[in-house]
Design a protein around this ligand. Structure first.
Ligand SMILES: *[C@@H]1O[C@H](CO)[C@@H](O)[C@H](O)[C@H]1NC(C)=O
Ligand SMILES: *[C@@H]1O[C@H](CO)[C@@H](O)[C@H](O)[C@H]1NC(C)=O
Ligand SMILES: *[C@@H]1O[C@H](CO)[C@@H](O)[C@H](O)[C@H]1NC(C)=O
Ligand SMILES: *[C@@H]1O[C@H](CO)[C@@H](O)[C@H](O)[C@H]1NC(C)=O
Ligand SMILES: *[C@@H]1O[C@H](CO)[C@@H](O)[C@H](O)[C@H]1NC(C)=O
Length: 410
């Protein structure tokens, strides 16, 4: 094991430890964590959109299985009948991710280009901690979900809400990381949704995870042990909004150059790919770590780990007896990607530690309606440059995406 893997494992363990800390520790971190964030690191989503001159409205969407998700509609003119486009974030993340770069962000750029921008949130994050009957703080059942449920319930509920509000048969979508996994789950398990998406732009797509390298592969190999530990400690929710653990991350990660070394060089870059030029200190420690991480469930991480270890993009493995009861087979069924008939554009960075080019090529070869596969020209392009990259999104990413969106609008 080498240094960065060791740092990752240690951070995971210390975060687990702190999650179980008592009230005193909790309030201690809450008080100290205010510290060095910039204005954009402190504003909430509607305030950020407003600051950058956009109009914003907020809706609650209820899924078939009772989760209540807050989503946002952002535009230059909310009443204009422009083509709706949904942005769907990745794991441990939220709608903020598409707004953090201010006037070079996804939301701003698409709104300026005249689209009606809708920004989703998945269950469990700070805008998805509500349910018609379950209490996220008391009911473990609330946290019994993985990206499968996000794709099977959250994404279609959000898409149908937008279709209805805007009177559109079909919409455009952009997903990042786990947001792409959710799209592949949805369009392979509920084929009627293929026609409701005109074009799906997949940034740092994740379906297959067969080509991971250290330190990510080391973390994946340690996954089952970590999962057992989490289960033993009865930790189902990871990094909830302003929990002791997430406040500790904010505290440690928002303190200038030391934080940049620990959280950027020690944790983010080893996982996402090394790119300090695209993700400068001021932005990471002053803005990003004001809004990141947002919560996820233990089950989501375990499900990804199963995909790494199994080598197939398959449903959640409950063990053979439960699988038999749930799926009628000993092994969980593989997601049928040849059933994904919607138009898909894949964008991948060659310096991405998680979404590896070989895995994305395999995905592209399986999808029947792949319309575009772009390997980002800039060699240092990593996993989070697709949403956070300084200047480079405007230069390298938006032009081809805007071309594609235009081509598939109406
Ligand atoms: C240590 O990390 C580097 C950078 O991620 C990687 O290239 C190397 O293979 C790792 N070494 C071991 C022994 O895992
Ligand atoms: C800790 O928090 C719980 C629930 O908020 C409260 O009932 C309890 O009194 C607190 N304990 C201390 C020592 O403050
Ligand atoms: C964004 O805002 C900055 C600072 O106000 C300005 O210098 C820059 O030109 C703006 N960029 C765009 C794309 O509007
Ligand atoms: C997150 O927690 C903070 C502090 O407890 C609270 O002010 C904020 O409203 C919470 N956000 C959401 C969306 O629940
Ligand atoms: C996968 O989907 C395709 C297209 O709908 C279908 O022809 C094929 O039979 C499906 N495969 C399985 C294993 O269900």
């Amino acid at each position: 094991m080498n240094l960065s893997s060791a740092i990752i494992l240690l951070s995971v363990l210390s975060i687990l430890h702190i999650s179980k800390a008592d009230n005193d520790t909790d309030s201690f971190f809450t008080t100290v964590s205010e510290a060095t964030l910039s204005e954009d690191g402190k504003l909430d989503f509607p305030q950020l959109a407003t600051k950058y001159g956009l109009s914003v409205e907020q809706y609650d969407v209820t899924t078939e299985d009772g989760y209540i998700l807050t989503i946002f509609h952002v535009a230059k003119d909310l009443n204009a009948t422009n083509t709706p486009i949904l942005l769907f974030h990745g794991i441990i993340d939220s709608c903020y991710t598409f707004m953090l770069r201010g006037n070079t962000s996804w939301v701003y750029t698409l709104a300026e280009a005249g689209y009606g921008v809708w920004v989703g949130n998945n269950r469990g994050n700070l805008y998805g901690r509500k349910h018609v009957t379950l209490n996220p703080d008391k009911d473990e059942e609330f946290w019994e979900y993985s990206f499968h449920d996000i794709g099977y319930y959250d994404l279609p509920a959000t898409i149908d809400f937008i279709r209805e509000k805007t009177n559109s048969d079909s919409i455009l979508t952009v997903g990042h990381s786990q947001g792409t996994t959710a799209h592949f789950v949805l369009t392979s398990t509920r084929p009627e949704y293929n026609d409701r998406i005109k074009l799906f732009v997949a940034l740092a797509p994740i379906a297959y995870l067969n080509n991971l390298e250290p330190p990510v592969s080391i973390a994946a190999a340690a996954g089952p042990a970590i999962a057992v530990l989490l289960k033993t400690l009865n930790i189902n929710e990871l990094l909830e909004n302003h929990s002791a653990a997430s406040d500790l991350v904010t505290l440690l990660c928002s303190k200038g150059v030391v934080s940049y070394l620990a959280c950027g060089f020690g944790t983010l870059f080893p996982l996402a790919g090394f790119d300090p030029a695209g993700l400068e200190e001021e932005f990471l420690t002053g803005v990003v770590f004001g809004h990141y991480p947002s919560a996820t469930s233990r089950k989501s991480l375990v499900h990804y780990d199963q995909i790494v270890l199994r080598g197939e993009f398959a449903q959640y493995d409950y063990g053979s007896i439960q699988n038999m009861a749930k799926y009628g087979s000993v092994s969980p069924p593989v997601y049928n990607l040849t059933a994904v008939t919607t138009n898909v554009a894949l964008f991948v960075g060659s310096n991405d530690g998680v979404s590896k080019l070989k895995d994305v090529e395999r995905l592209g070869n399986t999808l029947p309606n792949l319309v575009h596969l772009e390997v980002m020209e800039l060699e240092r392009w990593n996993h989070v440059d697709f949403v956070w990259g300084k200047d480079i999104m405007s230069e390298y990413l938006y032009p081809p995406v805007l071309d594609l969106l235009k081509q598939y609008s109406n």
